[in-house]
Unconditional design. Sequence first.
Length: 392
Amino acid sequence: MDPYIADWLNLLMRWGHMIAGIAWIGTSFYFVALDFSLRKHGGLPAGVGGEAWEVHGGGFYHVQKYVTAPATMPEHLIWFKWEAYLTWVTGFLLLIAQYYIGAETYLIDPQVMALIQWQAIAISVAGLVAGWAVYDALCRSPLGRDDGVLAACVLALILIAAYAFTHVFSGRGAFIHIGAFIGTIMAANVFMIIIPNQRKITAALIKGETPDPRYGVIGKQRSLHNTYLTLPVLAMMVSNHFPMLTDSSYAWIIAGLVVVGGAMMRHFLVRTEVGDRQSDIAWTLPTAGLALAVAMLMTQPDNTPLFAGDVGDVEALAIVHTRCATCHSANPTDPSNKKAPKGVHLETLEELKRYAAQVATQAVKSKAMPLGNKTAMTLEERAKLGKWISLQ
């Protein structure tokens, strides 16, 4: 495909993914906060478990929640589902466009595991499906009756998946798959559990029957899981911009720390929104801070030995011309690029000096570039570049 067309398709899919994701996250955040803010008191209508008064945009809103469902079906009922569905669909399309079609570049790293395209794709799809199956089985098992135990099991499941992905795929491919793994669980919760349970409640009302309250309890549990996984999955989805995460030897542990830190921050936000005393939830912030501090320590750059000899301007520029300028030039020779990525040109000595810090981060310390090591940059060449950059 023409790189220009591919870039536009990528942009439009990413834009759509962001729009759908913002809508889904917004409704998730709102309804979880609403659920926790409901107040119970005497005088509520029959079947109502709590109510909340809210003010926004110059108007007042009065919201009531039924323990199971109202006695009769309301004439107008709004369903919140397409935000979740579209977020997953656009995300999976991006996975296909970026990581399946470009598997040799973005998904496969022969130094991690020698795979061919179809094998990598098969492992990816199987991992996402298996993740949902195991998660759903955990929720339905006796372990699912204890929220704390279930949360620990879900964290363990994510860590196992993270360990597996980081030992199969490239760094950025693995981290994006951890995000896709969590995102698939979240979307499947809506598609397979929450909406079907709501339909069962609705069908019972239409028949004039009393709905089973168990369906609402199950739906609420899955909805809570989704909201606590939201902040971690967002970090996973932008991880390919940060090789310090994706290329770390401890990437799977870092992913777990991001899940813990993100969930703690989400808990603090949820409880703050509903008016809990700060003293009661203050413990979440140091917990999140500790998790992220440990992650920062683990992402410290490796102390790769610099080249022992001398490296002059000519040799440094020659390495960059051979290994980097195929993409980072005014007229890239790499067929996947029509323009230099991020506008970074590395054709002259002045340009190399200008972008020396970026080269050190991407090509020397993290080895994230060249992408997929297409041009076969050697460790010695990276060490030489590091030595030259250190003297600038």
